[in-house]
Ligand binder design. Structure first.
Ligand SMILES: [Zn+2]
Length: 273
């Protein structure tokens, strides 16, 4: 029943797993106060982990949500939630178990071993928006990288004095999408032959870059660029994309996250999927 679930007021970062089978279902990143007395989330941890089916009980047309692995009843999803999804996953506390971030999850909660990739392709709004839609991408986040100032603000980065590039951090399931497919999407979304600019956005912070986290990514990125150059896709124009080891990722301010989805603004970035 509402207001007596133990997990209603949990705000500390962490993951909610299925109480029956341990599958990760929701995170506090997507939790919001719906005022209903039920734990509410605007998005699943991963859409593949939460199944939906019509529920016609009580003379209402609702959509029931269940654990995709074990079928346990979780609650319902409604379309009156906040941006960016507009959805409200209304979940029974008793269906969930909470693990604070940093606490080790049980083995059954770790079916997905995620990896991270970083791409700078000009203004991060559109790049984040489309990476977020990639099949197998669990999260895309806007931020700043490769500069020399800690905790940079948008204003500082815009001034062009901190050395940062607007960058999107992509968290993905390598069993469902490859790093190579992410590279393809990245090059479909931006023009790697423009030096320190993308379209109307001019400045070093808009440079094209791949910030690799291991030697495998470096090798794949360089090989992919060599292939693109050999393909003649850009004519005589040279690919100026930088390939460098990743430095610290500084997440951008909240208002930049999911900017296109929240504002409905048009975006010149092409959908790569
Ligand atoms: Zn389950």
């Amino acid at each position: 029943p509402p207001f007596c679930g133990g997990l209603l007021h949990v705000k500390e970062p962490g993951i909610f797993v299925c109480v029956v089978c341990g599958l990760p279902l929701f995170t506090t990143d997507h939790k919001f106060d719906s005022g209903t007395g039920w734990p509410s989330f605007y998005r699943e941890f991963d859409p593949e982990h939460v199944a939906r089916k019509p529920d016609l009980s009580y003379g209402m047309v609702r959509t029931e949500i269940t654990c995709a692995r074990c079928g346990a009843h979780l609650g319902h999803v409604f379309d009156d939630g906040p941006p960016p999804t507009g959805e409200r996953h209304c979940v029974n506390s008793a269906a969930l178990r909470f693990y604070a971030r940093g606490r080790e999850l049980p083995p059954e909660s770790q079916p997905v071993k995620t990896e991270v990739a970083y791409f700078a392709g000009g203004c991060f709004w559109g790049i984040e928006h489309y990476f977020q839609q990639g099949p197998g991408v669990l999260d895309a986040q806007s931020g700043y990288m490769q500069g020399h100032v800690d905790h940079p603000t948008y204003e500082q980065v815009c001034s062009g004095t901190t050395g940062h590039a607007e960058t999107v951090k992509v968290t993905y399931d390598p069993k469902r999408i490859s790093y190579r497919r992410l590279l393809q999407a990245f090059f479909d979304m931006h023009d790697p032959t423009q030096e320190n600019r993308q379209g109307p956005d001019v400045g070093e912070q808009y440079r094209s870059g791949i910030w690799y986290v291991n030697e495998e990514q470096k090798r794949e990125a360089l090989a992919f660029i060599a292939e693109l150059e050999a393909s003649g896709r850009y004519g005589k124009r040279k690919i100026v994309t930088k390939v460098e080891p990743a430095k610290t990722f500084w997440p951008a301010e909240d208002y930049h996250q999911d900017y296109i989805a929240k504002t409905g603004r048009a975006c010149h970035v092409k959908n790569p999927w």
